[in-house]
Write a protein that binds this ligand. Structure first.
Ligand code: PLP
Length: 366
């Protein structure tokens, strides 16, 4: 019997993929890095392939190899593969590698079987991709590699009005033209993350790389609106057991540091999750959902547990499930609420749900 579960709704995942594919009218890369944003690498990777994703995208080579050895057949791109990595394994597992430095290119280009590469361009984010080495890169010998793709990444796609988006798009086109001049015309060009997939059709090219939106979450709730406003369906529902329910009078101190006190006679619930499971310790003004209403956190979040104020008239008992976050449709808190409550974003909330929490592939429960 689990004390906590992250329930992963594959129906919601499939619906989001279908919606994003029809919005982009291009191929879709399901981004499953970081354990599929906390939703489970294999469960999501294999399901996304079934749901019509054309590609999978990951940061690490080992993520890509895990997917391939567990039966993924569609192309997989890994984009954080540094010089000195085991590029031979990448080629042996038919994994596409993003190349962002001459050092990495030279290691890859000396391998047999024409490794499949995607050239990564720094078009203005100043993180991954070619910038200062570009001119020298264009002088390399490309005859031993198979240049499948060229790509870059937006810094501000979630602010569609920002001119940096246009500048990055222009820079992308210029660098693609530089490649064409030396006879390199990669069949796959890709630039859009979720926000650009939703807001910037001029950046769709042949392929979009969707992460957060595929998980049913908004890339930015303040500029793009909520999941609901974007018609996306949150895929993860997090729930936990009430370890205890106890009646207490007004004025009792709750938790480490006695930072909170009850103001009335009430019932408290001890929720069996804590910061070791990814519940942010700094979260304020958030809590759980039980019996059709919200129960806010009271006191500090501990490593394995936190306490909520259930209210004096609560009928909850030890062993009941509470929803920590869900899609919000029944009034429960959402990953967006937890993001705001901890001065962070939904991406970080779902990604940090810890390995002790089993991922259960099943519809949500209320
Ligand atoms: C994480 C990532 C994405 C996905 O971004 P979302 O905002 O989650 O859609 C796309 N491309 C690259 C290179 C990434 O690192």
């Amino acid at each position: 019997m689990n004390r906590a579960e992250a329930r992963i709704d594959i129906g919601h995942l499939s619906s989001n993929i279908a919606q994003l594919k029809s919005a982009s009218k291009t191929e879709l890369m399901a981004v499953v890095k970081a354990d599929a944003y906390g939703h489970g690498l294999l469960g999501v990777g294999l399901s996304a392939e079934k749901a019509g994703a054309d590609w999978l995208g990951v940061a690490l080579l080992e993520e890509a190899i895990t997917l391939r050895t567990h039966g993924v057949r569609i192309p997989i791109l890994a984009w954080l593969v540094s010089p000195g990595s085991d590029f031979k394994s990448a080629v042996d597992h038919d994994i596409d590698i993003a190349v962002a430095s001459i050092a990495a290119f030279k290691e890859i280009a000396q391998l047999p079987n024409k490794p499949r590469i995607h050239i990564e361009l720094d078009t203005g984010m100043t993180r991954g991709g070619f910038l200062d080495e570009w001119e020298e890169f264009l002088l390399q010998d490309f005859s031993t590699v198979n240049v499948i793709g060229v790509f870059s990444h937006f810094a501000r796609a979630d602010e569609p009005g920002e001119k940096q988006n246009d500048e990055q798009l222009q820079r992308f086109n210029t660098m693609v033209a530089d490649l064409a001049k030396i006879g390199i015309n990669p069949p796959i060009k890709h630039l859009s993350n979720s926000a650009a997939t939703i807001k910037n059709p001029s950046a769709h090219f042949n392929l979009v790389r969707t992460g957060i939106s595929m998980y049913g979450l908004s890339p930015d709730i303040s500029t793009l609106g909520s999941s609901n406003q974007l018609s996306l369906k949150p895929v993860m529902q997090l729930r936990a057991k009430l370890h205890l329910v106890k009646s207490v009078p007004a004025g009792v101190a709750v938790g480490y540091g006695a930072t909170a006190h009850t103001t009335t006679q009430t019932k408290l619930g001890v929720v069996s999750m804590g910061y070791a499971d990814g519940i942010p310790r700094i979260a304020k003004n958030v809590g759980v959902f039980i019996d059709g209403k919200k129960a806010p956190i009271i006191g500090r979040i501990s490593m394995d547990q936190f306490v909520v104020d259930l209210g004096a008239d609560s009928t909850a008992v030890s062993g009941d499930w509470v929803i920590v976050f869900g899609d919000g449709s029944h009034g429960e808190y959402t990953a967006d609420d937890w993001g705001t409550a901890s001065l962070s974003i939904n991406y970080e909330i779902v990604t940090r749900i810890g390995p002790r929490v089993p991922r259960i592939y099943a519809p949500h429960v209320y």
